[in-house]
Design a binder for this molecule. Structure first.
Ligand code: GTP
Ligand code: MG
Length: 419
């Protein structure tokens, strides 16, 4: 029944917050894009008929919006949630990731296994492929063992990044736009600062995988201190892995757990000041067994680990699911904020520019209309005056003509009489 729960909890996954936000913001920008197109057509018409309604600079700004909106749309389509896994060699980073991916994708093993950064991201293709730095053509891999072969055959730098393009249809996490980054052990990495710079600045969540048989090391703490200096309030989860080892010492479990918790909380709350102790205890530290979780989820018998569960495994499986749920809530909320807030602001700027420009044009055209109307009234008044003048002029002319003609008539009559 645990397996069934795991398989079905994808429907109401908190990751949907991000995927829905992505769909919504894409729709909004498509709308903006059509407003921008309409405005472009309208303004091109206007500028043909009257150049005074819009300045050439504003006109150019509006014409450029189309490309800007398309660029934002393409950035949104590539926006994702990113999680980086780190910790000492052999603590089980790759195993944790495989358990979350529900398949043994990443090579795991004793000793130093992962020897460069591995980014797992989604592809719409049916086949998985690997992208090695320096080449731009991904190589197809048709089974999981060829992933580890490809990785061990390629000579790659320990601080370079190899991408595994994993079919979206195979895995819910990948389908919902989560990108996972695996790292070589922090104790064997030469330049931690550089890898923060290269791979971590856009990460939404960091997962520190610690071996519960040991404890958090100085190197791991130093790494997180550096992360916290570069990113304000990073989201950090601490997984106390290999908790199945406690099955051998049941009387020690509680005291060991308290010891780990105390050290973890000291670090997260008192040193890094990331959250309060209650929040950290409930939502940031988990006691898990990645080996058992992978065993539980990986249904492929050919790649399933041979050995079975230890005593008390059910509790650890529940704890693993709890971690995943908190992780999904945290990563989707953060990614929505960090990725979409800036797009929302851009969108608002574009709409404001469009509105202002159009309102300006309407105002200008109204002023012109009003000026025309005033001129019209003025002309009409002048017209009436002139008409009046003309009429009175004609009247007086008529009068004078009448006078003159009467006068002439009289004189002619007089002359006739005299004769
Ligand atoms: P590197 O890649 O070398 O840095 O190591 P890693 O941190 O990726 O560890 P990996 O996942 O390769 O695991 C190392 C070994 O520990 C493997 O043999 C795993 O099977 C084993 N292992 C991982 N998780 C657990 C666990 O929860 N319990 C037990 N008992 N073994 C585990
Ligand atoms: Mg590994």
């Amino acid at each position: 029944s645990i397996r069934q729960n795991n398989a079905t909890n994808g429907g109401n996954s908190p990751l949907k917050l991000f995927t829905h936000a992505k769909i919504t913001i894409t729709d909004i920008f498509k709308n903006i894009s059509s407003y921008v197109n309409d405005s472009n057509i309208y303004m091109t018409d206007v500028i043909k008929s009257d150049r005074n309604l819009i300045t050439t600079d504003k006109y150019k700004d509006i014409q450029q919006l189309k490309e800007k909106v398309n660029r934002i749309l393409s950035i949104i389509s590539r926006d994702h949630m990113k999680v980086v896994f780190f910790g000492r060699t052999s603590n089980g980073k790759s195993t944790v990731m495989n358990a979350m991916l529900r398949e043994r994708i990443l090579p795991v093993g004793m000793g130093h296994t992962t020897n460069c950064f591995l980014q797992i991201e989604g592809t719409d293709r049916i086949e998985a492929s690997i992208l090695i730095p320096g080449s731009d053509e991904p190589k197809s891999v048709n089974n999981l063992s060829s992933i580890s072969n490809a990785l061990s055959n390629e000579k790659v730098d320990s601080d370079s990044l190899v991408k595994i393009l994993w079919p979206k249809e195979k895995c819910r996490l990948i389908r919902d736009d989560v990108v996972l980054v695996d790292s070589p052990g922090i104790d064997v990495s030469a330049n931690l600062d550089q890898w923060i710079e290269k791979y971590c600045l856009d990460a939404d969540v960091f997962v520190l995988v610690v071996s519960a048989e040991a404890t958090i090391t100085v190197a791991e703490k130093k790494f997180l201190h550096n992360v916290a200096q570069r990113l304000s309030n990073p989201n950090i989860f601490i997984l106390m892995n290999r908790w199945d080892a406690t099955a051998n010492e049941p009387e020690m479990v509680e005291s060991v757990k308290q010891q780990h918790l105390e050290r973890g909380l000291e670090f997260l709350c008192d040193e890094l000041h990331l959250c309060d102790r209650k929040e950290a205890t409930e939502n940031r530290m988990f006691f898990i067994s990645a080996r058992e979780a992978l065993l539980n989820r990986n249904t492929d018998p050919t790649t399933s680990p041979r050995s079975g569960y230890n005593e008390g495994y059910k509790e650890r499986l529940v704890e693993f699911s709890k971690f995943e749920h908190e992780f999904e809530k945290c990563i989707s909320k953060t990614a929505v904020q960090t990725k979409f807030e800036q797009h929302t602001n851009r969108g608002k700027e574009i709409i404001t520019l469009l509105c202002e420009t159009i309102v300006n044009m309407i105002n200008k055209s109204q002023t012109i209309k009003q000026e025309c109307q005033e001129k019209l009234v003025e002309m009409e008044e002048k017209n009436i005056f002139l008409e009046h003048e003309l009429r009175s002029m004609t009247d007086s002319a008529k009068e004078r003509i009448r006078h003159v003609s009467e006068d002439v008539y009289k004189r002619v009559a007089q002359t006739l009489n005299d004769e």
